[in-house]
Structures are given as C-alpha cells and as structure tokens.
Design a protein around this ligand. Structure first.
Ligand code: MG
Length: 387
C-alpha cells in the first residue's frame, strides 16, 4: 500500500518538479522564496530593470477611444494577463522591508487613489475601475472613504456602500485594492474604525486583493507613541481577530511622513506595512532620507498617496521631482497610488472639471497631472511585464 502510494505520489509530482527545474531562473517570479533575513532585505534592488521614464507630457499617446456602446461590462478585458493581477501575485505579505507575493518575490504595484468618497462619489463606480485597469494599466486602487466633513461619521451606510462598489469592482477586475480610512483624526474615532474594519474583514478577508489602510494622515499635533500607535494596535487586533493575514497599512504623524519615527517602535504584528505620502512639488530629498532611515530599520513602505504637485493639491506639475521619486520607489520596490481620481478644479485631479465620471477618458479630458501619472503607471506595468 505504502509503496503504491509513494509511486503514485512520484508519478504525480515528477512532471511538476522537472518543469520547475527547466523554467526556474534567478529573479524569475517562480524563484524560491527569499530568506526572512532582515540584513538581506534592507538593500535596494539591483538597478537591472529600471522603469523607463515616460516620454513626456507632449508625447503622451491618445487614450483609447471609448467603444460605441458606453458602459462596458468588462468582459472584453483580459484581466488575467496584466502584470498587477492578483492571479499572478496572490496574497501579499511583508518580508523584512519588502512587500512580496505568494511566490516570495518583491511586488511593486502602481495605481490610483480615489478622492474623498463624500465629495467625489460620482467616480466610485465599476466603469472607472475597469478603465483604470485597461487604459492606465493600474494594478491597485485606493478607496479613500471620507470620515469627517460629512463622511462616514454622519453617513456610515452610504459611505460604506461606496467602498463596497469599488472593492467588488477591483476583485472582479483582478486588481489589488486598499480600503482607506481617510481621516486626519482617526485616533479620536477608534470605535467607529474598529466596527468598520471588522465588517470589511468579515466581508473581504478571504480575498487576496484587499489591504486595509487604517489611518490616512495623522496631523502635526499627534505623536506616534501616544496617539497613532495605540490606535493602530487596537484596530490591528480587531482586524486580526477575523482576518489573520491580509496586509494592514499604518500611517504616521505629519501626514504619514514620520515613518522613521514609527521604525523605532513598530507595531508587533504580522503583515504590517507603513504608508509614506509625498507631493513632488513640496517634498524632496529630505523626505526620501526619512524613508531611507525607515527602510534601513526594516520597515516595509507603501506610498498609498502621492501627487505630482504641491501638498495642497495645487501649484505646477513637477516632472523632475516626480521622476526623482519614481526612481526611488523603483529602486526599493515600493508600491504607489496617485492622488487622485477626481475632476475637482485643482492640479492633482487626473481629469478636467466636467469630464465623464464613468471612465473612457480621451486625451483632451486628462489634466497635465493625469497625463504624467498615467505615463508613469503604464511604464511601471510595461517594466514589470518585461521581467
Ligand atoms: Mg485574509
């Protein structure tokens, strides 16, 4: 019996073993998982496969024209072949200062952050998600559920429903999705955050697509030790009671810039990443230096929000600074979401006021920031597909 079983097992496994040996090469997505050694993880990637810089705003190719019948079903999109697909990377987890896929290799996703849900809710629909995947090659979206200012605290069911529309659309499109508690004072709303994330964990914890971002941007007068960390520990424990594994992303004081402070006293739990927010017009090398300190102390970072312009969403598009930041993110394999999917009349919006809220944007509807962000996103996807 035992012999027959062993022979059967060998017969079943041998073809897979041979196929693995024939196709494996160093650096391939099928390579063995890296060790958990922190020393090995704090080095930047070898600059073997740089993301090519976009060709510039003037040379942005025209967006694909909308199909004759607006309101796609998405069935025409071959989601499974694109680089950021969940089918390809599976459940993400942290290993040292990296975020890696089920195959154990680092995964760097590029995508879009939506705007505050209560103020740009028209864009919270499945057509926009499909368009970002199809035309922008977005691998991830960030769902920014507004909390204050007429958001979740006042209209919990309405705002949660908007979140679910986008999360369901991302799952259908085989994309990753960050569920963001978009709040500047979340430590004052811990009970509501716990209830919301427990509901999200019950609903989505079994999906590899989902990540939880529990505190958008703690403001200046908060401290990591007294405000943000105790809040994060409470919400992390509540999520982990239901969902043991999906990544939880934690903010830090000064609008999620103090990642170096968090690195000195990190959350003691599995699969915790830390958000780093930058705006290319305002934040330069000094913020990358803080990020570098955090990385060298072993903190995995995720840029859940970045802009091409100033931190207030206004000012000029800073192409040079954006490129410096993208080089840094590429070097360290850091994922990023561009702020924001919106037609508000400000530099950071990806489309001009009055543009369609269902996607299918033509080139003339994109803002200069939208064009630059789209080019970087497409470059990211192309570079990842080439690996
Ligand atoms: Mg899970």
């Amino acid at each position: 019996m035992e012999t027959k079983f062993s022979r059967l097992l060998l017969t079943l496994c041998l073809p897979f073993f041979v196929a693995s040996c024939a196709t494996w090469k160093p650096g391939s997505k099928d390579a063995p998982a890296p060790t958990e050694s922190r020393a090995a993880d704090i080095k930047p990637s070898a600059p073997a496969a740089p993301v090519p810089a976009p060709s510039g705003i003037a040379n942005v190719p025209a967006a694909v024209l909308p199909p004759a019948a607006a309101g796609t079903t998405g069935s025409e999109i071959d989601f499974a072949t694109s680089y950021g697909s969940v089918k390809r990377h599976g459940l993400l987890y942290t290993a040292g200062n990296r975020i890696v896929g089920e195959h154990g290799m680092p995964v760097s996703l590029a995508g879009n952050s939506f705007y505050w849900s209560q103020w740009q809710g028209a864009f919270y629909n499945a057509d926009v998600v499909k368009w970002l995947k199809l035309d922008w090659k977005a691998a991830v979206i960030r769902v920014a559920m507004g909390i204050e200012g007429g958001g979740y605290l006042e209209h919990p069911q309405e705002e949660q429903a908007r979140v679910c529309v986008l999360v369901d659309a991302a799952i259908a499109a085989d994309m990753y999705v960050v569920i963001d508690w978009h709040d500047h004072h979340a430590h004052l709303h811990a009970a509501q955050a716990v209830a919301f994330f427990q509901e999200m964990a019950r609903r989505y914890g079994q999906y590899s697509n989902v990540m939880y971002e529990i505190y958008n941007e703690p403001v200046q007068n908060t401290t990591w030790h007294d405000d943000v960390k105790p809040y994060a520990e409470k919400v992390v424990a509540a999520i982990r009671a239901i969902d043991p594994d999906n990544i939880i992303i934690v903010g830090s004081p000064n609008w999620s810039q103090d990642v170096d402070v968090a690195a000195d006293d990190p959350i003691r739990a599995k699969n915790i990443a830390y958000s780093l927010h930058f705006y290319a017009g305002t934040h330069k090398q000094w913020l990358r230096d803080k990020a570098l300190k955090a990385l060298q102390k072993g903190l995995p970072l995720f840029v859940t929000e970045w802009g091409t312009c100033n931190a207030d969403g206004k000012g000029d598009v800073d192409e040079v600074s954006t490129r410096e930041w993208m080089d840094f993110l590429q070097q360290w394999g850091i994922s990023h979401c561009n702020w924001s999917v919106s037609d508000k009349d400000e530099t950071a919006s990806i489309v001009k006021p009055g543009s369609s809220s269902r996607g299918y944007w033509v080139e003339s509807e994109l803002t200069p920031s939208g064009r630059l962000a789209r080019e970087w996103m497409r470059s990211w996807a192309a570079a990842a597909d080439a690996r």
